[in-house]
Ligand binder design. Structure first.
Ligand code: CTP
Ligand code: MG
Length: 216
């Protein structure tokens, strides 16, 4: 059995909707409901933990009122939100997923389920464009795109180990934007990379919205 933490405690500031982007509605369903519904339908997931914030708590409670999920509060950063979610987990394995990623491919989840029994694992996608180092001033250096990837979610872990990694990260205030990186750095452990579906995009900008309106 697996648990999943679905993160929805952000603000969606880059999308600038005036409300949290995970509540944007596409085809009669809010973004957050797509991933919640996916995991509800998969009987291997016995525990679905949705992480929200104070401001959105009432809305999330209403939206998910008829669904068998645990709702908990997150923190200022994604990292704090995950840590709060992890405190609720009871299964041996946990997947951590961005609520802002509504397009979930069954094949990706099946791959994670299998692999996590051996290794922590992360979905990733290949880079199509040329890659360079810059802070949008001058170009600093050329990077070989074959040596890099974009990390996606879900990411899957042994619960005790990822919890330990989060506790370690707290002691020296290192910050990360994803869980596999935190796990690798804090525990010096291997994380297996699994190529995921390209449509598993994280709703961040207007372009992502337009794509999701077509594919969902
Ligand atoms: N998230 C969270 N708690 C936070 C920040 C982010 O649970 N304190 C969640 C978001 O709700 C989202 C996921 O982490 O599902 C990925 O974060 P991101 O895409 O950065 O979402 P936001 O932080 O909401 O967006 P922005 O950075 O544009 O404000
Ligand atoms: Mg953010």
């Amino acid at each position: 059995m697996y648990s999943v933490i679905i993160l929805a405690a952000g603000k969606g500031s880059r999308l600038n909707l005036g409300y949290n982007k995970v509540f944007y509605e596409i085809k009669g369903k809010e973004i957050l409901e797509y991933s919640v519904d996916y995991f509800l339908k998969d009987s291997a997931f016995s525990e679905i933990i949705v992480v929200t914030n104070d401001r959105d708590l009432n809305h999330v409670k209403e939206l998910l009122a008829k669904k068998d999920v645990i709702i908990t509060l997150g923190g200022i950063t994604r990292q704090e939100s995950v840590y709060n979610g992890l405190k609720k987990v009871n299964n041996k394995y946990v997947m951590i997923h961005d609520g802002a990623r509504p397009f979930i491919d069954k094949k990706d989840i099946d791959n994670l389920k299998k692999e996590v029994k051996e290794n922590a694992c992360v979905l990733a996608k290949k880079i199509k464009e040329s890659l360079a180092k810059t802070s949008f001033g001058n170009l600093k250096s050329y990077l070989n795109r074959e040596e890099y990837c974009f990390l996606q979610t879900p990411q899957a872990f042994d619960t005790d180990k990822i919890f330990k990694a989060y506790e370690l990260a707290k002691t020296h205030e290192n910050t990360y934007t994803d869980d596999a990186s935190l796990y690798m750095e804090e525990l010096s452990e291997t994380v297996k990379v699994i190529e995921g579906n390209e449509l598993n995009i994280k709703l961040t900008t207007e372009l992502d919205l337009r794509i999701l309106e077509v594919v969902l």
